[in-house]
Write a protein that binds this ligand. Structure first.
Ligand code: PEP
Ligand code: MG
Length: 321
């Protein structure tokens, strides 16, 4: 099987009936790029920049960040790299920057909520990203967006930094701007967001947790962490339909994107990009090649009309055997 996958390294990701998809990889640092390239990834669908902050003993400077982002976009040589602004908080802590203790850190001060509060730190990251955009195909997305006001505020800061750099004669690329869909509120209101941004990236790890109100790490409630629950599938489908209605692009960068049970359903829904850990890329490309999108569309319709997680698993088995 591995030999068969290896043959797909330099090929496009195409279904049996010729529909193309983008299969990308997730990274946490420029050090991960070797695996991204070895596995023939068509893009970096998620660069988790918080590791830059976590692995340092100080807030990374603009130049330190610029070098890291530039290294990644240069290695991808024109293929898209989606960089997520820092997602600190929740379970991700910094030794040199004490955040307030909270009763519910996962419902608290994290990610874009910190960035919009500590705007100098956010502006520094945006400047580093904009400078790096001159060296490849860089997209920026904001994590943990719940409201349109948050997206608009983040976009305003981005545009202000862009204008300043432009006035200073700094070279920049065209940058696409998007948000992570991790909070159900944003998934439900996707039609409104779709009018104002370039792309979505669905973060199913958090989206499932927040929708089911269940922490995967907690054994007592792990049974509620159900990726194929039709409630989750309907949220995902709502985001894809809303985006496509406005001609916008939809990626997924949560674990589900590389899950062989989910991939057939997501192909049927018309998801544009699947981003996953690099070792899953070729296996996913191989699976896509065997599936017909018309059949997967029927599967997706049945899955959206199902009642339970287990029912969806059985539907996928029947449709892909
Ligand atoms: C997600 O929530 O699905 C996601 C990709 O972000 P992270 O796993 O970094 O929280
Ligand atoms: Mg997340």
């Amino acid at each position: 099987q591995r030999a068969e996958w290896a043959l797909l390294k330099d090929q496009q990701s195409v279904s049996a009936d010729g529909k193309t998809f983008v299969v990308g990889a997730n990274i946490g640092s420029p050090k991960d790029m070797a695996a991204v390239l070895e596995n023939g990834s068509e893009g970096v669908g998620l660069y988790r920049t918080e590791f830059l902050y976590m692995e340092s003993d100080h807030l990374p400077t603009e130049d330190e960040q610029f070098e890291a982002y530039k290294a990644v976009v240069e290695k991808m040589a024109g293929k898209p790299v989606t960089v997520r602004t820092m997602d600190i908080g929740g379970d991700k802590h910094l030794s040199y920057w004490k955040l307030p203790d909270e009763e519910n850190p996962f419902l608290g001060y994290r990610a874009i909520r910190i960035s919009l509060d500590q705007t100098e730190i956010f502006r520094t990251q945006l400047r580093a990203l904009l400078r790096a955009s001159a060296y490849g195909n860089l997209w920026i997305m904001f994590p943990m967006i719940a409201t349109l006001a948050e997206f608009r505020a983040a976009k305003k800061l981005y545009l202000e930094e862009r204008t300043k750099l432009e006035n200073d004669g700094v070279a920049m690329g065209e940058v696409k701007l998007g948000i992570m869909i991790e909070i159900p509120a944003a998934a439900v209101l996707a039609d409104k967001f779709a009018k104002e941004l370039d792309f979505f990236s669905i973060g199913t790890n958090d989206l499932i947790g927040y929708t089911m109100a269940a922490d995967r790490g907690n054994d007592k409630v792990a049974y509620l962490y159900q990726p194929y629950n039709p409630s989750i599938l309907r949220l995902i489908n709502n985001v894809i339909e809303a985006a496509h209605k406005e001609g916008k692009f939809v990626a997924m960068c949560g674990e589900m994107a590389g899950d062989p049970v989910a991939v057939p359903v997501l192909m049927g829904m018309g998801l544009d990009e699947f981003s996953m850990s690099a070792p899953s890329v070729l296996q996913t490309r191989s699976l896509m090649k065997k599936l017909n999108t018309a059949d997967m569309k029927l599967l997706a319709e049945k899955a959206l009309d199902a009642e339970t997680n287990d029912e969806v698993i059985a539907l996928v088995e029947a449709a892909t055997k």
